[in-house]
Design a protein around this ligand. Structure first.
Ligand SMILES: Cc1ncc(COP(=O)(O)O)c(C=O)c1O
Length: 450
């Protein structure tokens, strides 16, 4: 334990005094002070070990030694701004391009998911010369003003919907307007976008982009029905717009079977712009926009330089390259497929024992459990979800969080080194909590300490 460190109460008091109060903490009633981390584990100031089911940013595992080594070596050698020629930038772009369909061949490096989405918006509007954007209900695309405008999750609590933004229904086959029982929910939801485009045209306006996460996260860990994206892309392109896939949360192999979540929609589908961020630098601020030569060409043609001081600097790119190496070396996509399937299987079994589990959905290590007080009405069990999260933290030292419009979905987006045993432990603990049983036996709990 570091005796020079502040006591937790002091840190909390300083945070209250010095940090903007709109910046929230996990577990605000009793926040965790995490002082180190490794793999899928977080350690607090007393050495207590927490299993981390939340940190999708720390994709290949917290403080992975290969990433630290690559970062330190490059930092020791050179870090410059992006106007000097450097191998790391081009080699990294080349490696990323190998993961994407051929037509997505031009890259812009930036520092955050928000910067990536803001640039995607500019690219789409510049290329199409149209202004309007279609987004999905409950979506979140970032914290810049331009992105608050296209994020119903935020703008509904703020200034409201701008005239150039149009909201399509979330293609949620569990509780949305078309459900699993529909013969073709992909087509039915795509038709809602087609109708929206018609409305936009009737107002004398034109679509620049359809903007969506490949698997809506804030919307509640939603899996698009098959055929949805292909059809939407067809309708949007015929209106002169482009399809932007926000892969900020879902990219880099999280879904296991594919490197990008948009690929789940089949080989026939390719977005026009892909934005990426969070897992890309394993915690280092690194993000990117990938697009076609035509869209990039239109952006260049406006004659205005795009300059981003830190985006794609040699250290960021060294880290990005090493993240790709570790994903391959440690077969983290294979692990996401195997562990994710095991976790989903165990949770589905649990669903048969607990009425409160309305739905279990997910792919790879992107999994959600939707809690409902009534399976028929699908009434969100928001309070129970918060109670499960609290007890998992306090009794089992497991960090899980909630998502969805009613915060009723327990979500799992752990580091990709999450193991079979981790999955089994979490499910066992949720079962115990939902069964109304008290604390884990002491001996078992002690096993979780270092
Ligand atoms: C889907 C999605 N897009 C964009 C962003 C914005 O990324 P950042 O916080 O790195 O700016 C987020 C952040 O939560 C996100 O979840």
């Amino acid at each position: 334990k570091d005796t020079m460190a502040l006591q937790k109460e002091e840190t909390l008091a300083m945070r209250k005094r010095l940090i903007g109060q709109s910046c929230k903490l996990f577990y605000s009633e009793d926040p965790l002070k995490i002082v180190r981390a490794r793999g899928q584990y977080l350690f607090d100031e007393n050495g207590k070990r927490y299993l981390d089911c939340i940190s999708n940013v720390h994709h290949v595992g917290h403080c992975h030694p290969d990433i630290t080594k690559a970062a330190a070596a490059q930092m020791d050698l050179l870090n410059t701004n992006s106007r000097f020629l450097h191998d790391n930038r081009v080699m990294y772009a080349d490696r990323l391009s190998a993961t994407l369909p051929e037509k997505l061949c031009v890259f812009y490096f930036v520092n955050s998911g928000s910067e990536a989405n803001d640039l995607a918006l500019r690219l789409a509007q510049q290329y199409t010369q149209h202004e309007d954007v279609i987004v999905l209900d409950h979506a979140y695309h970032g914290h810049l003003m331009s992105l608050i405008d296209i994020s119903p999750y935020k703008f509904r609590k703020l200034a409201g919907q701008k005239e150039w933004v149009h909201v399509a229904p979330l293609p949620d086959t569990y509780r949305g307007i078309y459900r699993d029982t529909h013969p073709d929910p992909g087509q039915a939801y795509a038709d809602t976008v087609k109708d929206l485009i018609e409305d936009v045209h009737n107002k004398g306006r034109k679509i620049s982009a359809f903007f969506a996460e490949s698997l809506p996260s804030v919307g509640g860990q939603i899996i698009f029905p098959q055929g949805y994206s292909t059809k939407v892309a067809e309708y949007v392109r015929s209106a002169g717009g482009v399809y932007v896939a926000d892969e900020v949360q879902t990219g880099f192999g999280r879904v296991g079977s594919h490197f990008w979540a948009f690929e789940l929609q089949g080989e026939g589908f390719c977005p026009d712009i892909v934005t990426m961020g969070k897992p890309m630098g394993n915690g280092h601020p690194l993000a990117c926009v990938a697009t076609t030569a035509e869209i990039a060409g239109a952006f260049t043609a406006n004659g205005v330089e795009y300059f981003n001081t830190f985006g794609g600097n040699p250290v960021s790119c060294a880290i990005g390259l090493e993240v790709l190496n570790v994903i391959e070396k440690e077969d983290l996509r294979g692990n996401a497929t195997r562990v994710g399937a095991h976790l989903k299987g165990l949770l589905t079994k649990l669903q048969s024992q607990h009425q409160i589990i309305g739905d279990v959905r997910g792919v790879g290590l992107f999994v959600g459990i939707e809690l409902v007080t009534d399976r028929e009405q699908k009434t969100p069990a928001t309070k129970t979800a918060a109670w499960v999260v609290k007890r998992l933290k306090e009794e089992d030292l497991i960090c899980v969080s909630t998502d969805g419009p009613w915060e009723s979905v327990l979500k799992f987006k752990p580091p990709m080194c999450f193991s079979m045993e981790d999955a089994e432990l979490v499910v066992r603990c949720i079962h115990r909590i939902l069964s109304g049983k008290l604390q884990t036996p002491l001996a078992f709990k002690l096993l979780l300490y270092v």
